[in-house]
Design a protein around this ligand. Structure first.
Ligand SMILES: Cc1cc2nc3c(=O)[nH]c(=O)nc-3n(C[C@H](O)[C@H](O)[C@H](O)COP(=O)(O)OP(=O)(O)OC[C@H]3O[C@@H](n4cnc5c(N)ncnc54)[C@H](O)[C@@H]3O)c2cc1C
Length: 333
């Protein structure tokens, strides 16, 4: 790891004033320090925001919830209001990584973590996303990569929380000395890197993500998130799904279906949503929605299995959200 200056900040203004000349924000540090240890990033200064108390906490407002960027995944997954009204988010935060990591990892850092492509994560491969001219995944080991929407880079969206927050129509507040405050919808937070492959999000190097805002769900909303990984204990998703159902009695008035590990940025499936809207949630409809979500899939040489796995993930998450399946996946049969 390179040597660097550590600027410990206790206020937002203090942190913003440090964000120049290649300085990088450190929240929990789980992802950033990983990148530094494997040698793919060598910042000269880390702006440690972990002690800014104003960026922590979960607050109910008239319009919904505001979550400070430094709130940990554990705090979110265990919060009683989130467990009751925003189950999709408690599921997503509670199933990411391990209990130890969830105690360190912040929601802001989770949203802004970088891709897990092993070519990107190795100092031995000078790939497109590091500003070079080649992607090794298309002709290489691509079993964990995207099956849809990929352009020049098929690495998938890594954040579980983003899958939930996209479904919840959340937005983030960004703060910078030059630009002031701006609010960005989670659907506009990520970029595929087609214009600039070294960019992963719409957040500028001078910007601090301060909070995440989630609108109040409509009456009758039920939701869930499920993640399928190669290991049960801890791993990023190879398939995951977020489901939000606005129910009118037995009928689904509106459905939102989101996926993470299918594509380079988190996506909604309008095809799957159309299958459920105006219909009762039944096993047959849930399965049809899962299959519909795979329209437009173009798997790579080693990941056709994902085209089979995603419909199962979506089917089960729909039934879970509708209360037709046990929350313990091992009891789901
Ligand atoms: C074994 C393992 C399994 C994992 N499994 C999963 C999983 O299943 N699902 C999942 O979602 N994640 C998973 N993760 C990733 C982990 O959840 C993230 O690394 C973690 O959430 C990052 O949060 P952090 O606070 O440590 O971010 P940091 O490492 O501090 O920061 C991450 C990035 O965001 C930037 N940043 C952080 N906060 C801000 C801010 N407020 N404003 C602007 N920029 C900011 C940093 O500069 C950095 O580039 C796993 C990690 C490990 C090690």
């Amino acid at each position: 790891m390179n040597s660097f200056v550590l600027a410990n900040c206790t206020t937002v203004d203090g942190a913003l004033s440090q964000l120049r000349d290649g300085a990088v924000i450190k929240a929990g540090g789980v992802d950033l320090l990983d990148r530094m240890k494997i040698g793919i990033e060598q910042p000269s200064k880390l702006v440690n925001i972990r002690s800014i108390s104003g960026l922590r906490g979960i607050h109910q407002t008239d319009s919904g919830l505001t979550i400070g960027a430094l709130t940990t995944l554990s705090e979110i997954s265990e919060h009683p209001v989130i467990c009751k009204q925003y189950q999709i988010l408690s599921d997503a935060c509670g199933s990411a990584a391990t209990p130890h990591i969830r105690n360190m990892a912040t929601l802001g850092g989770n949203l802004l973590q970088r891709i897990q492509c092993w070519y990107y994560r190795s100092a031995d491969f000078e790939c497109l996303r590091k500003g070079k001219d080649m992607c090794f995944a298309f002709d290489g080991l691509n079993q964990y990569h995207a099956i849809m929407d990929y352009g020049a880079c098929p690495a998938v969206a890594p954040s579980s929380a983003a899958v939930a927050l996209l479904a919840l129509n959340a937005s983030v507040e960004l703060n910078s000395t030059k630009r002031g405050k701006r609010v960005l919808a989670v659907k506009d937070l990520y970029v595929t890197g087609e214009d600039d492959p070294t960019k992963f999000t719409a957040v500028g190097p001078d910007e601090l993500l301060t909070s995440i805002m989630i609108p109040k769900p409509a009456i009758g909303t039920r939701s869930a998130y499920q993640k399928y990984g190669e290991k049960e204990s801890f791993d990023w998703a190879i398939a995951d799904a977020g489901v939000l159902l606005e129910m009118d009695g037995n009928i689904c008035r509106r459905a939102v279906i989101t996926m993470g590990a299918a594509s380079p940025v988190v996506r909604r499936s309008s095809q799957a949503e159309a299958v459920l809207s105006g219909k009762p949630i039944t096993e047959a409809n849930a399965w049809a929605a899962g299959k519909a979500a795979m329209e437009g899939a173009h798997p790579l040489s080693m990941n056709a299995y994902k085209v089979e796995l995603f419909p199962v993930a979506i089917y089960r998450t729909i039934l879970l959200a509708a209360g037709q399946m046990d929350r313990d996946p091992s009891a789901a049969g």
